[in-house]
Write a protein that binds this ligand. Structure first.
Ligand code: NSS
Length: 442
């Protein structure tokens, strides 16, 4: 853009690291933090990060003068600074460009040794320092992919004609069983943090037809596994008149859209975290479907000690998913292990029109959903069977009183999808500030 032998003074352009390519040979101003530094006598190499990427900046005594050079040489990691310099193409540099420093200003000097260095740290230490850990390129890449996944969910559903109608977080009743409820005092009354916005979605579809809610959900689960968080984000589409089969198609299209969006927009981030995109490019509809009964047989054939009616554990889900290169639907679960609102399978009341979507590569369930009971009397019966307090579900029953229609919906846990797409060993890195059984801080 700027010529190297021009005699006229160039202006200084405000730029970001990710956009420096548009300013070759120009003088730019970058604002960021000192990620790393090494010096060799008369040259200092600074790795500057600005939130959009990292760039090597080269400062020399000739370029900035002896005093400024010495000051820079002493600057601590993570000091914030503004650097002005000329953008030079350099195929060896990360990102392909380097900055020849002409000037710099220290905004705030880090006055203590930064706890997170380039050496290996233990996971508990990193989690204790999560407020600082998120600055590292790997964590930034994961959380950028998360943001793109969230965007893809919204884009897909908006495009499909779903209206975003959010559900409350403080609720009087349970959606997914009473054992994992978080309770809080609501001015003398007991309230619970939402486990799912589904019940409210069911009210909203009668007003909008197709809706989704997207927000934090909470499960007081005493599970300390690599798939469980206490607070996680869920996107929950729901549609009036949508059949079970139509819902499965919606799920596979949404998951495919998300994967394609990440592949198209996050190549740098995937390579930063070392995720092989090849495995993800196999995710194309249709996804295989197997019934719960067939899944039990499959497990038995693989020597797993399981009986019809048992719920699947993480190891079972992994064993089932291992048979497929794409995500797989497990459908028609036993009625007694699923939530109270699930519609029975026509002609087979022992099972329900419910499906879980299991991700490949051992990531387990990423989506749970199904068709809902729309008959008033059957729903009332289930509420009694599950010992749910009727007064808290009167409004939910009303939906079956006034123009009830068959309807379906599902919930997709964002962190599990991020863990799978990024190929991570644990969900704790998929959310900015994880809440786990033993962790509420920072
Ligand atoms: O319990 S779910 O299977 N289903 C529901 O909550 C329905 N009420 C959703 C609906 O139909 N609108 O949870 C859905 C997903 C599940 O597949 C996981 O991906 C995720 O929510 N999930 C979790 N992620 C992280 N940590 C925990 N503890 C967790 N529990 C569920």
């Amino acid at each position: 853009m700027c010529s190297t032998n021009s005699t006229t003074e160039h202006p200084i352009y405000d730029a970001t690291v990710s956009k420096v390519g548009a300013y070759e040979n120009c003088t730019v101003r970058l604002k960021g933090w000192l990620y790393n530094k090494r010096s060799s006598g008369k040259i200092i190499f600074i790795i500057l990060r600005d939130g959009t990427g990292i760039i090597q900046c080269v400062a020399s005594v000739n370029g900035i003068g002896q005093d400024e050079f010495e000051k820079l040489d002493k600057l601590n990691q993570e000091s914030s600074l503004i650097v002005e310099g000329v953008v030079k193409k350099d195929p060896r540099a990360p990102g392909g460009y380097e900055l020849e420093v002409k000037n710099y200003y220290i905004v705030s000097e880090a006055f203590d040794d930064y706890p997170i260095t380039l050496k290996e740290h233990g996971i508990e230490f990193l989690l204790d320092n999560r407020h600082l850990w998120i600055r590292t390129p790997r964590q930034r890449a994961i959380l950028t992919i998360r943001a793109q996944i969230v965007k893809a969910c919204r884009d897909f559903l908006d495009k499909e004609g779903f209206v975003n109608v959010d559900a409350p977080i403080l609720t009087p009743s349970a959606c997914e069983g009473t054992t994992t409820l978080f309770s809080t005092d609501y001015f003398g009354e007991k309230a619970y943090l939402s486990q799912s916005g589904q019940l409210y979605n069911e009210a909203a579809i009668m007003a909008f037809g197709k809706v989704y809610c997207f927000g934090p959900t909470f499960r007081a689960e005493k599970s300390k596994t690599r798939r469980h968080l206490i607070e996680f984000w869920m996107v929950e589409p729901e549609a009036a008149f949508m059949t079970f089969d139509e819902m499965l198609v919606l799920e596979e299209n949404m998951v495919t859209y998300i994967v394609e969006h990440v592949l198209a927009n996050c190549q740098n981030e995937l390579s930063e975290i070392g995720r092989d995109p090849e495995k993800l490019s196999q995710v194309k509809p249709p996804f295989p479907r197997i019934t719960y009964s067939d899944a039990v047989d499959l497990l038995k054939r693989n020597g797993v000690d399981i009986s019809w009616g048992d719920d699947f554990g993480a190891a079972d889900e992994t064993a089932i998913a291992k048979e497929f290169a794409k995500p797989v639907f497990v459908t028609h679960y036993p009625t007694k292990i699923k939530a109270f609102y699930m519609q029975p399978t026509p002609g087979d009341p022992e099972t329900v029109l419910g499906a879980d979507l299991l991700a490949p590569e051992g990531y387990g369930e990423i989506i749970g959903g199904g068709e809902r009971i729309y008959d008033y009397h059957l729903l009332l019966e289930r509420i009694h069977e599950h010992n749910l307090p009727l007064e808290d579900y009167e409004w939910y029953l009303d939906l079956r009183k006034y123009g009830s229609v068959p309807h379906s919906g599902f919930g997709m846990g964002i962190e599990r999808v991020v863990a799978w797409i990024c190929g991570l060993g644990h969900v704790r890195e998929t959310i900015p500030f994880p809440r786990m059984l033993n962790r509420l801080r920072p």
